[in-house]
Each structure stands twice: as C-alpha cells, then as structure tokens.
Design a protein around this ligand. Structure first.
Ligand code: SF4
Length: 409
C-alpha cells in the first residue's frame, strides 16, 4: 500500500507517558498524556525509578480518572522462582485501584494475572521482542494478551504489517532511551555490576566511558569510548505510525525529570493533534516547528532508531559527548500565583533583565521579560541562584501551577 495515502486504520492513538513518581505522573497527565505507565516497588524493571508505593498507585489512579486518563503498571521482570512472593496480592490490589493494564514480560505472570485479576488488561512488554505477526497472534491465542508492545527493533514495514494482521492492539515507542542490545535482553549490567538488568537493576553499563585498547595500545586517548545508543526521536514518523493504526505511542523515560516529561509529552500531544486535525502529513514548516518544541526537552543526541531500517552506526554514541545540543535551561516551576506575582520553585540560575519562557499545558509557549526578582524575605535580588528555593517574579499573562519556567538558548 502507498503509506502516504490515508488508510482506514488512521486514528488518534493513545499518548502513553512515563512517570518515576506521583508528581511526574500528574505532570504527564496535565501536559496531555492519555495514559501513564509507572512501576511499583516490586516486580518492575527500572526498580531505581519505581518508587510508587501502593498508596501512590492508588492516588495516581484517582487523579487519572478525574482527568479522563489511564494508569498502566509495569510488572515486567523476568522472574525467578523466588520472585513470585506477594505477586498475587499485588495484582489484586492493582485491579481494585482501577489500574487499566499491566505490562508483562513473563508468560507465568500473564497466566497468573488472567486468573486472579481478570479486569486488568495484559500488555505484552517490549522485553518479549515482538517483531512479527505470528508471535503477536501466538501471544494472543495462548496467553490472551490485550496489547502487543512492539520491539523497538521493528521497522515501519513491520509495524504496518503487524498492526494490520495482529488480533490485538499494538503499541510502539516514539521517544527516549534505546538499548544497544535487544530491548533489554542484555546481561552487561549483570556482569559489570552484579545488578540484574532483567530484574530491574540495569546500571546502563553500555553508556559508561571505557578505555579502548588495540592489543596493548590504548586507542581512546582523546575521547573515551561508549557504546550507548542515541535516544529515539520519531516526529518524522508520526503520521506513518498513526496511519498504520498503532493504538498507543509510548515515550520512554521513567528516570527522567519532570521537565522532560512535561516538554516531551506536550510536544508530541500537539504534533499528534495537528496531524489528526489535518487528516494527513504536515507541511515541512509545521513539522519542523513541532520537532523544535519536542527537542526542547531532550538533552541527548537523537536518532530514528530502526524505523527507517536497520539502525546504523550513526545511531550510536561512540565517544563521550557534552550537552552541546541542549537548547534550553529548565529554571523552575510555578508553585503559587497572586495576580501577576508568581512564585517559582527554582532549579537553575536566572537573572533580572533576561527574556524567559513559560511552558504550560493550557497555552502555547509565551515569552516575557524579568523586571525584578524577590527572594523569600521579600528582598530584591539580581539573580536567583539557589536551587529548590522560592522566589517571586512578575509575569504579565495568566499562568497556572505546574507551568514551567525555562530559558531558550
Ligand atoms: S546495559 Fe545498556 S543495553 Fe544493556 S540493558 Fe542496560 S541500557 Fe540496555
């Protein structure tokens, strides 16, 4: 089929965002995520990011429901025999709280969830590396999965083909970290740090800086060697993904900051909405606008992963890189409003006299001039330079709590 022609599967998909804690879950929903995925303290990969207690998960479900959004919970460890303790009770609790889906990488957990918490949708994790139609059909027929999270290693042909022929919904990654090995099927971290990547302990050893030797001679004198992948960035493929009929578009990054979540979610939200309204691909000018907005949230180099075919050498970071590509500074979050007097919880330094921007879920990005800064004692200061303190500035337009203050470089 001609992929540029509008297909009968074209629709507005779910935008699925990551959250490492309750604050980021709420931010993702406010900035436009249709659903948020998070990890509990057990049974989840990225265990260092997974600091949701059962109470947190319950609160996230309540907040999501109030805002018409959904919560997915990762139960995606590759479990050994001793890892099942408490799992049954945990799944029952998730169902009771109103969690929509669990993301699972183990047939045994899929089987158990179906038995003890049948209202939970079961989404087959990317850890199961679904790259073809037959596997997706098998997972549906045998384990009754509701959704296949496709492997990041699928190209666009695979995504069209599986989504058309698979009896369940598909979900595809659109942004964030990539494994240099096969979607986390990697024991590098286990071997280097004794931390099991497939039980939530990946130390991202692929991104470390290594001295590289050719026999006895070091050949990495000028720049240490890394083998991590650049981050995935798919604005150029958004129309294709929507036209293929993919049900959910997933952003990676449960360890990322609130600023990253707000900016990336907001960027893709606007891009998806505009493609849907347009019922077709955007002009290059509009696409470039959205790409710039999304990349305000990114501080690593980016690539298109496997969507254009096999990821090639350009998708890897061979040497330590700086943050030279960063095009923004996250300066703080709005935490109080009294007319035009706005209280900011600071993150990075800014000065009187600068032109800054407000990113908000309720408006387009707006700029203003900082005329003065007051510290917590109501004293005029030239520079706000203490992170995580509160200062007051005047902003000449309406802002909301959780709006983000940033500087464009
Ligand atoms: S070490 Fe790198 S490739 Fe391996 S699981 Fe961790 S992030 Fe993925």
């Amino acid at each position: 089929m001609d992929r540029r022609q509008l297909s009968n599967r074209f629709h507005k998909p779910e935008l699925l965002a990551p959250a490492g804690d309750l604050k980021r879950a709420k931010t993702a929903i406010l900035y436009g995520a249709d659903a948020v995925y998070l990890g509990g303290q057990f049974f989840s990969l990225r265990s260092r990011a997974s600091n949701f207690t059962l109470e947190d998960i319950q609160e996230a479900c309540v907040f999501a429901k109030e805002h018409g959004a959904r919560i997915h919970v990762t139960c995606n460890i590759i479990p050994h025999n001793e890892d099942f303790e408490g799992l049954e009770e945990y799944l029952k609790k998730l169902e009771e709280f109103g969690v929509t889906a669990i993301i699972v990488a183990s047939p045994s957990i899929m089987k158990l969830a179906r038995k003890v918490a049948p209202k939970l949708e079961v989404h087959c994790s990317t850890q199961m590396s679904i790259t073809n139609v037959e596997t997706a059909i098998f997972m549906h027929d045998v384990f009754g999965i509701d959704r296949a999270v496709l492997a990041r290693e699928c190209n666009m042909e695979d995504i069209y083909d599986i989504t058309e022929k698979c009896p369940v919904e598909t979900e595809a990654f659109i942004h964030g970290g990539m494994c240099v090995n096969y979607s986390g099927r990697c024991t590098l971290s286990n071997r280097m740090t004794l931390r099991d990547a497939n039980r939530g302990g990946c130390a991202q050893s692929c991104r470390w800086a290594y001295h590289l030797y050719d026999g006895k001679n070091e050949i990495s004198n000028d720049a240490l060697f890394t083998m991590g992948s650049k981050d995935l960035f798919t604005a150029d493929y958004m129309y294709d993904l929507m036209n293929a009929g993919v049900s959910s578009l997933k952003i990676e990054g449960r360890m990322k900051t609130e600023y990253y979540v707000a900016t990336i979610v907001s960027g893709y939200r606007h891009l998806i909405d505009e493609i849907y309204e347009n019922q077709g691909p955007l002009s290059q000018e509009r696409l470039d606008y959205h790409k710039k907005q999304i990349l305000y949230g990114e501080n690593r180099e980016v690539c298109s992963g496997f969507y254009a075919g096999n990821a090639n050498a350009d998708s890897l970071i061979y040497h330590e890189t700086s943050n030279a590509d960063v095009n923004h500074d996250f300066l703080g979050t709005v935490v109080g409003i009294d007319g035009t007097h706005v209280t900011i919880e600071t993150r990075n330094k800014f000065n009187t006299g600068e032109t800054l921007e407000i990113l908000s879920p309720y408006n387009t990005v707006r700029q203003f001039h900082v005329n003065s800064i007051l510290n917590a004692k109501n004293e005029v200061i030239e520079t706000a330079n203490q992170p995580m303190t509160r200062v007051q500035i005047d902003i000449p337009f309406e802002v909301h709590e959780k709006d983000i203050l940033r500087r464009s470089r």
